[in-house]
Ligand binder design. Sequence first.
Ligand SMILES: C[S@@+](CC[C@H](N)C(=O)[O-])C[C@H]1O[C@@H](n2cnc3c(N)ncnc32)[C@H](O)[C@@H]1O
Length: 373
Amino acid sequence: MEQTADLEIFVVTTPGLEPALCAEMQEKGFAKPVIAKGGVTTHGPWSEVWRANLELRGGARVLARIGSFRAMHLAQLDKRARKFPWGQVLRPDVPVRVEASCNKSRIYHAGAAAQRIAKAIAEELGAPITKDAELVLKARIDDDLCTFSIDTSGEALHKRGYKEAVNKAPMRENLAAMFLRQCGYNGTEPVVDPMCGSGTFVIEAAEMAAGLHPGRARSFAFEQLASFDPAAWASLRGTATAADTPLRFHGSDRDAGAVKMSTANAERASVGGITTFRAHAISDLEPPEGPPGLVIVNPPYGGRIGDTRQLYGLYGAFGKTMLNRFKGWRVGVITNEAALAKVTELPFLPTLPPVSHGGLPVTLYRTGVLGGG
Ligand SMILES: C[S@@+](CC[C@H](N)C(=O)[O-])C[C@H]1O[C@@H](n2cnc3c(N)ncnc32)[C@H](O)[C@@H]1O
C-alpha cells in the first residue's frame, strides 16, 4: 500500500453522535463523509488517516480498510491470506493481534478464521502474533467477503494524553466535544461548567478556542505501520500551535479535590492560561465578566451517584441560578432522566437521540439564549 493509496477510512464514534462527527469531518475538509452505523466513512491516503487521528474531536478510533477478498471456506481464507501483501502495511518487527468476526457467511467460526489469518501473517511476513499486541488487525467476514482493517489509533481517541487525574463519572472527551458542538459552540464564546469534575468540558472548549489539535500530545498505532512517514507526520502535527484568544473558560465544583484535578489537567493540556477553576457550590455561581456564552454541565446522574430526592434539589438550584443570573447565555445539561431535566424549569429545545455514556443512555437538553423576562 503506497503513501498515496486511496483508503476507505472509518471513524468509529459512540452511537448517536454520528451526525455530529460527520459535521465535524465536513468542516475539517475530509472527503465526502458518509454516516454509517457507529461511525462515519471517508477516504484518502495515509496522511488523511493520520489527520483524522490528530484533528477529530468526535472520533473514538480510526480504522483503515486495507483490502478484501472472497473466502467461502477456511482453506480458501488461508490461501488468500497468505497471498495478501501484508508487507505494504505491517512491519515484520512489530507484534500484531488479529480479531475476526463472521456474519451471514459460510465461514462461521471467528476464532478459526482469526487463527488462519494470524498464521498467514506470521509465516509469510514474519511479524510476531501476540495476544496483547498494541496493533490490531480486524478481519470482518460478511456475506463471504473478508475485509481487513487496521486500528490506526491504538488507545481510544478520547484519551487526549493530558488527563492523569479523573473524578467520579468523568465525561469522555469525544462525547464532551460533540455535546459542545451540538450546543452550537464553535470556539468563539466563553464556556462555564459549574459541576466540572475533572474539567473535561472546560478543557475541550478552551482547546477548541485556542485551535489546538486534540491528538497533539499522544502517540498512535499508525506510527508502527510500514506506511508511516515520520517526517511527513512531524510536519502535519506541527501545525498545531495555540492561537491567542481573549476568551476565558471557567469551571467550578463544590469538591475542592475536583478543582485541583481540573487545574492540573488544564495545565498539562497547555490551556492553564485561559482557564480558571474554583471551588464553590452551584448556588454561589455568578456569570464571569465579559460577553455571554454557553453554560454546559453534567450534574450527578439519577440512579448512579447520589439519591434522587437530593438530585431534584440540585437540578432545581441549577435551573434557578441559570434563570436568575445567566440571561443572554445558552445552557446545555446532560443527564439520564427527563424528570431531572424538567425540574430545572429551563426552556429546553427538542432533544436529540440519547447517547450511551459508559453504558448509560444520556441526553443533551439545550436551551436557546435565555431571555430577560
Ligand atoms: C458527573 S460529575 C461531572 C463530571 C465532569 N463533567 C467530568 O468530565 O469530569 C458531577 C460533578 O458535580 C459536582 N457537584 C455535585 N453537587 C454539586 C453542587 N451542589 N455544586 C457544585 N458541584 C456539585 C460533583 O462534585 C461532581 O464533580
